[in-house]
Design a protein around this ligand. Structure first.
Ligand SMILES: [Zn+2]
Length: 419
């Protein structure tokens, strides 16, 4: 019904969404400044005292805050200070990749409480994969605390609205797996998912190299080139969840065929497999990107040329990205960034030199601060972000969920899988 309306009439932003944005601003400030008085919170966030009172009342109604008396006395009145209620509950953020399951448990403020990682190889037996994921969650949760929600980052493509893993390449044949519905059924709490690069973008935005930046572009350079574009604190998806797919910008119009159907995409030229294939083709003896880099810096001209071409392509793609999106910060992560230490500096110099000179001089191009934890931490942020959109629905009756989650032994889920 909503879809029908949205075809002809532009959709407005209702008060709950505006409120959710303000709640997120208040929470971010609290995270950084707690314990803090209401008046200081108003000053720090630029919100009026009345709005702060409203927001704080709302967070208190959900038992998310605790108040402690301040030691300072102002004209006889002792202000109370606000902090997050650590006992209110826990969030789980997961990254499910082709090689591992990484789970991070945090409180509502994003404070990390525990981390657990297990090797994982997806197979056509989706039920087994789900059992492994559930096992990791069960191992990680604290049964004495309510579980508030679960966020998941998985290889794309995904349908983030429906919470479905569509059909990631080399992912054991998973196809149209309604992952969030299956996890919700097992744990009785709201779940959300996104593709791993978009989750990592969220991670860097809230906990990493892009903290406090409203516009951020995250790019991971590894077996593929994933990306996530955050505009105004939200992942910008476009009409078909394709926005910001830097890996599929055209570099060579008649270049190699890409999985997406196009030719000469950035991914076909700078992904780790593409680079290593090029090295083999040109007879460079290197078994890893790090080895190729060592050869290049020690004077192997062919290896050096491969490296230079990669920087040239990356620089061109980033100049395009700057001209399209003008992010405050571009965060680069993944295996290639880790093994090629001069990548960021070289590429940054090219971008700053080419994209409208003085205008682009302030764009920060930096390395991921969270490394391989970015997607799981981002999944925590996704869960919290969604809870804030409708706290009443998400947080009600969570008191019993921790106990349930600890008790539930997965059953009755296999029949819903579409593999
Ligand atoms: Zn492509």
């Amino acid at each position: 019904m909503k879809e029908g309306r949205s075809r002809s009439i532009r959709q407005g932003r209702n008060l709950p969404e505006v409120r959710a944005d303000n709640l997120s601003v208040v929470i971010e400030a609290l995270q950084k400044l707690q314990p803090i008085a209401r008046s200081a919170l108003a000053e720090a966030t630029g919100l009026t005292a009345a709005t702060i009172t409203h927001m704080v009342n709302e967070l208190e109604a959900f038992d998310l805050l605790v108040e402690v008396p301040s030691n300072e006395r102002n004209v006889g009145r002792r202000p109370t200070l606000l902090s997050f209620n650590r006992k209110r509950g826990q969030l789980i953020g997961l990254e499910i990749s082709r090689t591992r399951i990484l789970a991070i448990r945090s409180d509502f403020s994003g404070q990390i409480l525990a981390r657990h990682e297990e090797p994982f190889q997806p197979t056509a037996q989706v039920a087994e994969g789900l059992a492994a994921v559930s096992g990791v969650i069960r191992r990680l949760i604290d049964p004495s605390l309510p579980l508030l929600g679960i966020g998941v980052g998985v290889p794309g493509p995904v349908n983030s609205t429906q919470g479905t893993v569509i059909e990631p390449p080399n992912f054991g044949g998973w196809r149209n797996v309604p992952l969030t519905a299956l996890l919700r059924e097992r744990f009785g709490v709201p779940c959300w998912l996104d593709d791993d690069a978009k989750a990592a973008a969220y991670g860097e935005r809230w906990f990493g190299a892009g903290r406090h930046e409203e516009t951020l572009l995250y790019i991971s350079l590894r077996s593929g080139v994933g990306s996530g574009l955050i505009v105004g604190d939200r992942v910008y998806r476009g009409a078909h969840e394709l926005a910001g797919e830097i890996g599929h910008t055209t570099i060579h119009v008649d270049g190699p065929l890409c999985e997406c159907g196009n030719r000469g995409c950035l991914e076909t030229l700078v992904s780790v497999p593409a680079i290593m294939q090029e090295a083999r083709r040109l007879g460079v003896e290197a078994h890893s990107p790090a080895e190729l880099h060592r050869r290049a810096v020690s004077g192997d001209l062919v290896a050096g040329n491969i490296k230079d071409r990669v920087y040239l392509y990356l620089g061109a793609a980033l100049v395009n990205a700057v001209n399209h999106y003008d992010p405050a910060v571009i965060v680069l992560g993944g295996q290639l960034v880790r093994s090629w230490p001069d990548l960021i500096g070289t590429v940054a110099q090219r971008v700053k030199g080419r994209s409208f000179g003085y205008l682009s001089k302030d764009i920060r191009i930096v390395e991921s601060a969270l490394d391989s934890d970015a997607a799981a931490l981002g999944a925590v942020a996704i869960a919290r972000h969604n809870i804030l959109q409708n706290p009443a629905a998400a947080l009600q009756a969570t008191e019993v969920q921790a106990v349930r989650a600890a008790e539930v032994q997965g059953s009755g889920t296999v029949k819903h899988l579409h593999t």
